[in-house]
Design a binder for this molecule. Structure first.
Ligand code: NAD
Length: 352
């Protein structure tokens, strides 16, 4: 197949890690006989320096014309004193809104080879775990009415049936692509929005009889994640709960440099990025872990280009590189060999 991919390297370690991800996509294209056309676009601090704004219009239109977007990371101390709407991070929120990306998928996978990086006792994490959090990204309390009244402040959680339905379906569809289990997380014993959430999810359930479904209250979910992460396959939840639970889950995998994410809207188009930031403290030193970016590229192949075998080949190549004992500094373990960003990426491509 042929596909158009927009690449937004961004700031800090962004260019170093996206380079490895693009080279890996090129290697996959070669191996499987595809043609991917890559076009670079500006966003974040580098866009501020070159154009005066964090998200130039040209970047949005380039993204709209492509099949998928691969993003590095944005931000850094150089732009921290700018007003909010002109800071690099405004580019991130802007692009998600402009492209209608309402579903955020965050897999949290603990590889067997990285068992020592997990803060849980070995009997809790076993040989590793593999779960996916599907977070609603454009509704809920982050977007509701907020304000101050005298000595008080308020934020409002609001969800419509259609907002819940569309994210709920993403949850069920993801479960179908994985081990067929979906856990919907809410706070239906207290919150009205959660009661509506649960009603809608129960209605949707009829359309997915092949998916094993259950509800869980968010306080229990936070506890179950550290008690027994292996019980979960896909978790679907609201913007606020998803924000918190996905950070909790990511910590269980050891390093922030390992975790990819996808943001999806209608159709197959999506934006793929590591969950970490631009890590200015290690930028330009060839020390960044490129695996989160490489695994984001694998998600791009699976979710936007419909190439699951190619995605699985990249994921297997990552596992193979780890099994050879190669590690970047953030996941370094006893008896392993320290690799730089480029060497780690190269080992994945060799395995591919
Ligand atoms: P960060 O994720 O950039 O870094 C946190 C720590 O993790 C640092 O010590 C860093 O060296 C380390 N780290 C991060 N990614 C790594 C990798 N791939 N390999 C090895 N180590 C890695 O978070 P921060 O320091 O809070 O933020 C730095 C900048 O990034 C800020 O300007 C922030 O606003 C921005 N940021 C951007 C995004 C994004 O673009 N999606 C997300 C979060 C933060």
């Amino acid at each position: 197949m042929t596909a158009k991919i927009t690449v937004i390297p961004g700031d800090g370690i962004g260019p170093e890690i996206t380079r490895e991800a693009v080279l890996t996509l090129q290697a996959a294209a070669e191996r499987f006989g595809h043609t991917f056309a890559f076009t670079e676009a500006l966003m974040g601090g580098i866009a501020i320096d070159q154009t005066g704004v964090p998200l130039p219009d040209g970047t949005v239109s380039l993204c709209r014309e492509s099949d998928a977007v691969l993003l590095g990371a944005v931000g850094g101390p150089k732009w921290e004193s700018l007003p909010g709407h002109l800071r690099p991070e405004a580019g991130l929120l802007g692009i998600r809104a402009a492209l209608g990306l309402y579903a955020n998928l965050r897999p949290a996978v603990l590889h067997k080879a990285l068992r020592d990086a997990c803060p849980l006792r070995s009997e809790l994490a076993g040989d590793g775990f593999d779960l996916m959090i599907v977070r609603e990204l454009t509704g809920g309390i982050y977007f509701g009415e907020r304000g101050r009244e005298g000595n008080a402040a308020f934020d409002t959680e609001r969800y419509t049936v259609s907002e819940i339905e569309r994210i709920g379906r993403v949850g069920f569809e993801q479960a179908r692509l994985r081990r067929g289990k979906l856990c919907s997380v809410d706070k239906a014993n207290v919150l009205e929005t959660s009661r509506l959430w649960r009603e809608v999810m129960h209605r949707l359930r009829g359309d997915y009889p092949d998916v094993e479904y259950r509800d869980m209250l968010v306080d229990n979910a936070a506890m179950q994640l550290v008690r027994d992460p292996r019980q979960f396959d896909v978790i679907v939840t609201s913007n606020l709960f998803g924000d918190i639970l996905s950070d909790e889950a990511s910590m269980l995998t050891g390093s922030i440099g390992m975790l990819p994410s996808a943001s999806l809207g209608e159709g197959s188009f999506g934006l793929y990025e590591p969950i970490h930031g631009s890590a200015p403290d290690i930028a330009g030193t060839n020390r960044a872990n490129p695996i989160a970016a490489i695994l984001s590229a694998a998600m791009l192949l699976r979710s936007s280009l419909g190439l699951p075998a190619e995605a699985a080949a990249i994921e297997a190549a990552v596992a193979e590189a780890f099994s050879q004992g190669l590690r970047t500094g953030d996941i370094m373990g006893e008896g392993c060999r320290l690799a730089g960003t480029a060497e780690m990426g190269g080992a994945v491509r060799d395995a591919l």
